[in-house]
Design a protein around this ligand. Structure first.
Ligand code: CP3
Length: 343
């Protein structure tokens, strides 16, 4: 197996900078669309054979240095007892959002192996398929990001319901995020047991918080989850979208790797994090719409900046957008592999 990604996560010496991309499997790939034309998204997530197939597509098409399990962050939320649907227009919709203590009380802490067997089956298929290829990353939504979906009932602009719960009914919010933290720990531990070789926590919406609220309502739970997961012995990656104002806190999370979005220059992020942390990121996903030579220039710039950290895993600052030209994504991976040699 080409283990350069895992070596970079651990801050070991590497021959070149490894690269994978958030949302590397998905709608921008015609091969994904072909599979999706016969099956809805949630059913695809729950079909181990097909979920494994779409996980492997970017590994074969792009030549990335890691695979990420095909699933969604909301799968365990459904297992906690909420009804989940994906609408083409609105994205995820959770009916009957959580707004009271009674609603939190009704949430189940799932027996993940019993309730989500398809996730672990997919991981087992993938480890066999990837044996001579690249490592497999498992993932979960981070506690706060999952809480926002549960409280808002879907994506939100201002997260007013979430913040109202934090500010007006703090014990209820803490009760909810505690239940989520326990679920996430058992879910990711089971992914590792099934064969995931690294895990990433996606905190897509934590950047919507004032730093003092992140510190009080979110960080203790992230820290707890990471410290429990580190006992499993695989690298833990923590990605916060819109992280710039929170890096002072994020630095103390205990994660092996910190994922950085594109709104902060990589050099500034590394200055804030210090030299003891491996960074992952952080090209603007829209930079994939630049001409190829310009993409190369950005890659060179970022590789050079990444050298100041303990280690650098190249990635986008958020997921690949559905409209992205595949040839540009291939060119990006090639450029990282060409210019990232012998750091
Ligand atoms: O990265 C990968 O290739 C692995 C698969 C993956 C998906 N979702 C597949 C997906 C991963 C890691 C996720 C994580 C996820 N899901 C996040 C965190 C990362 C981020 O983007 O911030 C979030 C917030 C979600 C919730 C979610 N799932 C939304 C808001 C949407 C709708 C909007 C969108 O981008 O499509 C989804 C749907 C989704 N998840 C799709 C895919 C491939 C598209 C479904 C389709 O085929 O129609």
């Amino acid at each position: 197996m080409r283990d350069i990604f895992l070596r970079a996560c651990r801050g070991e010496d590497v021959d070149y900078t490894p690269v994978w991309l958030m949302r590397q499997a998905g709608r921008y790939l015609p091969e994904y669309q072909a599979v999706r034309s016969n099956i809805d998204f949630l059913t695809l997530c729950k079909n181990p054979k097909l979920a494994a197939e779409v996980t492997l597509q970017p590994v074969n098409i792009l030549g990335v240095d890691a695979a990420i399990l095909f699933s969604d962050i909301l799968i365990p939320v459904e297992a906690m007892g909420m009804r989940l649907e994906f609408s083409d227009k609105e994205g995820p919709v959770l009916s009957e959002p959580i707004r009271s203590k009674a609603a939190v009380e009704r949430l189940i802490i799932p027996d993940v192996e019993e309730d989500l067997p398809f996730v672990f089956e997919t991981i087992k298929i993938l480890r066999k398929e990837l044996e001579h290829k690249v490592p497999l990353i498992g993932f979960s939504g981070a506690p706060f990001t999952l809480a926002t979906y549960m409280i808002e009932g879907g994506t939100s602009k201002n997260f007013l319901n979430t913040k109202k719960m934090m500010f007006q009914s703090a014990p209820v919010f803490h009760y909810l995020i505690e239940k989520l933290t326990d679920t996430i720990i058992s879910y990711l531990s089971a992914q590792i047991k099934a064969g995931a070789q690294a895990v990433q926590l996606f905190d897509t919406w934590a950047g919507m918080l004032a730093p003092m609220d992140y510190k009080k309502f979110v960080f203790p739970y992230v820290k707890k989850a990471i410290s429990e997961l580190k006992k499993e012995g695989v690298p833990v990656i923590y990605f916060v979208n819109d992280c710039a104002g929170l890096l002072g806190e994020i630095k103390k999370s205990g994660a092996d790797v910190i994922g950085i979005d594109w709104r902060i220059d990589m050099s500034d992020a590394i200055k804030k994090l210090g030299k003891k942390i491996v960074v992952q990121g952080n090209l603007d996903p829209c930079a994939l719409f630049l001409p190829k030579e310009k993409i190369e220039d950005r890659v060179k710039d970022m590789l050079w900046k990444g050298e100041a950290a303990k280690g650098h895993i190249f990635n986008l600052g958020h997921g690949v957008l559905p409209q992205t030209p595949v040839e540009n994504v291939i060119a990006l991976v090639e450029a990282v592999h060409t210019y990232g040699r012998n750091r």
